[in-house]
Design a protein around this ligand. Structure first.
Ligand SMILES: [Zn+2]
Length: 269
């Protein structure tokens, strides 16, 4: 029952890997050097946090429900504020913006340590939560369409569309940008994701209304997928690209925060 209450794995392995690839491609040479030869390692661990969900505290780290706070215009900025506003249940409503901040600080520390393997792993873990924050259904209580009779929409959107239609060449890496106020932008990403929810749900309903169901009345047909992709494909691509760009920003800013360490310095005896 508890597991059923949690959102499913976001983006699937393919999506999480793509976000890492895009981010690393968009880095300038300084931080990029830290990942030379470690690209596969970073991608390999990008889905690790989805395998930690036996720990009851892990699930809420992947999402942030906005409705309990009164919507995107009224989000709390700190965990203390979240607790004060909605009480002891606040954790179960999701904590992804704060987890991104914590894992970002881990990356800063990793750069300071000079340990390339630690930088790669910290990047993988951070990448996961950044990518999840770009999934619209990770920002709403109606995370699996359970409130609008659209159960399964969560995986139809983030895994079904990605696995069926996304080709790596469809996505373009965008250059990372330096920004001293970096960690605060997490709330902007989440608000932008949340704004995509109504249309996403509507497009699923339309695709369902206009196509027959397959076996057992549950399985969607090719016709459903074609219509849903035609409507939501551009949104899926946009969110994957934005996640890659924002992860790139996060890496670049962590490297700057750590004092722009050069890997060569650490390699000297
Ligand atoms: Zn996740």
């Amino acid at each position: 029952m508890l597991l059923a209450a949690l959102p499913l794995s976001a983006w699937g392995d393919k999506g999480h890997r793509l976000v890492c690839t895009l981010a690393l491609e968009g880095l300038p040479p300084g931080p990029r050097a830290w990942y030379a030869g470690r690209e596969a390692e970073v991608e390999e661990h990008a889905s690790d946090p989805d395998h930690w969900r036996q720990d009851r505290k892990e699930g809420p780290r992947h999402y942030f429900d906005m409705e309990p706070y009164g919507g995107p215009g009224h989000l709390p900025r700190t965990l203390g504020e979240a607790r004060a506003r909605i009480g002891g249940d606040y954790y179960r409503k999701g904590v992804v913006p704060w987890i991104i901040q914590d894992r970002w600080r881990d990356l800063v520390e990793a750069f300071r340590s000079g340990d390339g393997a630690r930088v790669a792993l910290a990047t993988s873990i951070l990448s996961h939560y950044v990518a999840d924050a770009h999934v619209p259904l990770h920002t709403t209580e109606n995370h699996d369409g359970q409130l609008t009779d659209q159960r399964g929409i969560h995986s139809r959107w983030e895994t079904g569309l990605v696995e069926r239609f996304i080709r790596p060449g469809d996505l373009e890496a965008m250059p990372a940008e330096a920004d001293p106020a970096f960690p605060d932008h997490t709330w902007d990403w989440l608000r932008a994701s949340h704004a995509l929810v109504p249309r996403l749900l509507e497009d699923d309903r339309k695709a369902d209304r206009t196509t027959p169901r397959g076996k057992g009345g549950k399985r969607r047909t090719q016709a459903y997928w074609a219509i849903f992709w035609a409507k939501q494909g551009p949104v899926v691509k946009q969110q994957l690209q934005l996640a890659g760009r924002h992860l790139g920003d996060a890496i670049l800013n962590a490297w700057i925060e750590a004092g722009k360490p050069s890997q060569v310095e650490f390699m000297k005896p």
